[in-house]
Design a protein around this ligand. Structure first.
Ligand code: UDP
Length: 474
């Protein structure tokens, strides 16, 4: 039928030529060759992507860029977002939590959940089956789409399923969520995980592919910003005085110019000054990001030896309706701040960033990351730390927890520092040492940028997706 369970999302067009100066001419030519091979195999057919939302969240952000560059390289791309009912999204959120080993709403993945999940995804799968033609290829993303796989069998269309979530040490609740989805997922022609440790039990090794996440070097979050622009953006956002001579502008993905106008809300005793050394953590207000540990470790082990300032920044929680826990965790961070001695309060800044315009938000994150001398990511668990890759791309030395996917991102002592998240003193001395030795910090930052250039830009993802596609159709 002509249902409406799948809502078309706009696919942009971005020129891949801009990668040439970033990755060098030989690598760029290899990329062009691979794209040519992809075009040759795909012909007039279409690469379809289905996920849960076209806006907001890391997956949508990554898809936007990958699809736009793919299209810029001549690969026809279509993007659909599932229009789930509240009951459906309640079940998929539960699956998501269980996959992470968390209980979420406390309800089980029982027969009732199965019925809600499978009836919606079956109908969505049938709707997609009506839209595609033999020779197309389908990439389904995350648990919200896995149930569509059975409806796509026997149509002459390879189907791959991409999991963007995963934990290193599966718990019984995680395994139960795998069981819930495995009957669907096992029917795909390929399944893709971010790292080896995330691959589920009892899947076919021959169909398994590993593709790590990547960042877009040209997005508002990661594009180059001259120093005077960093200063101007921080001033416009109310995070530092003295706008200087720069303009608080950035380039949007659609090529137009954006301007930072909204103020971030700041909890602080004294304003950040242009010469203050800055240590930064950016993350959602989530206990797994350990904002209290960041503050505590900074005050005990960094402030005294260095006199630096700590900025802990996250989204303005009243604008993120789907995250009730965020408000609680921000309250905890504010209470922790209030309990600090006066001197420490002068050096700690809690920042909530405006979320109305996600590219404006991203530009402020970009400026903060560039302003920082050292970036920390003191997470307790992390599939892949986008914030880590973002800061490394800006040639910042990152001190991060030796956990999960972060271990694939940083070579300890060379491209950053890895520290046991339970060891505040080790955390503090890793940060203090870098602040005390700027040449070493700069060197480490340069190596960090190089590591991202080689491993974590979208160009690497393209090559892997094209190789997978080649495997599926030849
Ligand atoms: N982020 C942001 N604004 C914020 C907080 C976070 O844009 O106020 C971004 C951050 O830059 C990164 C993403 O949200 O791109 C978080 O991804 P990450 O993998 O670090 O952690 P997750 O939130 O997925 O657990």
């Amino acid at each position: 039928g002509s249902g409406s369970l799948l809502i078309p999302a706009p696919v942009g067009t971005l020129a891949i030529e801009r990668f040439e100066p970033l990755i060098g001419t030989p690598a760029y030519h290899r990329l062009l060759e691979r794209f040519a091979r992809g075009r040759e195999l795909l012909g007039d057919h279409v690469m379809w992507h289905v996920n849960s939302t076209a806006r907001g969240g890391g997956v949508a952000e990554m898809l936007y860029s990958l699809l736009a560059y793919g299209r810029g390289a001549g690969i026809a791309q279509r993007w659909l977002a599932v229009a789930g009912t509240p009951a459906f999204f309640a079940v998929t959120k539960r699956i998501h939590n269980h996959l992470h080993g968390a209980f979420g709403d406390g309800l089980p993945l029982d027969d009732e959940a199965r019925e809600v999940y499978s009836s919606f995804t079956r109908a969505a799968g049938e709707e997609l089956a009506n839209r595609i033609s033999p020779g197309d290829v389908v990439l389904l993303h995350d648990p919200q789409t896995a149930g569509m796989i059975p409806a796509l069998q026997g149509l002459g269309v390879p189907v791959a399923w991409r999991s963007h979530v995963g934990i290193d040490h599966a718990t019984p609740v995680t395994r139960h969520a795998w069981e819930f989805l495995r009957g669907y997922v096992s029917q795909a022609d390929a399944y893709i995980f971010s790292r080896r440790q995330h691959v589920w039990d009892q899947l076919d090794a021959a169909k398994t592919a590993l593709i790590a996440p990547s960042i877009d070097a040209f997005s508002a979050k990661n594009q180059d910003l001259a120093d005077d622009r960093v200063t101007a953006i921080l001033a416009a956002a109310g995070l530092q005085g003295e706008p200087g001579t720069g303009d608080p502008v950035f380039v949007r993905l659609d090529g137009t110019v954006g301007r930072v106008e909204r103020r971030a809300r700041v909890v602080e005793t004294r304003h950040l000054a242009p010469d203050d050394p800055v240590v930064l953590q950016v993350s959602r207000w989530d206990r797994l990001k350990d904002p209290l540990g960041v503050i505590d470790g900074f005050v005990r082990h960094v402030l005294g030896p260095t006199g630096a300032h700590l900025v802990v920044a996250g989204p303005s929680v009243d604008e993120v309706a789907d995250d009730p826990e965020g408000g609680e965790v921000l309250q905890e961070a504010m209470a922790c701040y209030s309990a600090l001695p006066q001197l420490a309060r002068e050096h700690v800044h809690l920042v909530t960033l405006p979320m109305t315009d996600l590219e404006e938000n991203a530009a402020i994150v970009n400026a903060l990351q560039r302003r920082a001398q050292v970036v920390v990511q003191k997470s307790i668990a992390e599939g892949f730390g986008l914030t880590v890759a973002e800061a490394m791309w800006k040639a910042r030395p990152v001190v991060a927890s030796r956990i999960g996917g972060i271990q694939d991102q940083i070579v300890d002592g060379r491209t950053g520092r890895l520290v046991d998240p339970g060891d505040l003193a080790a955390y503090g001395s890793a940060v203090s040492d870098l602040l005390a030795d700027p040449p070493r910090a700069v060197e480490m930052g340069e190596r960090a940028r190089d590591q991202v250039r080689r491993g974590f830009l979208g160009t690497r993802s393209f090559l892997q997706y094209i190789a997978l596609y080649e495997r599926l159709v030849t």
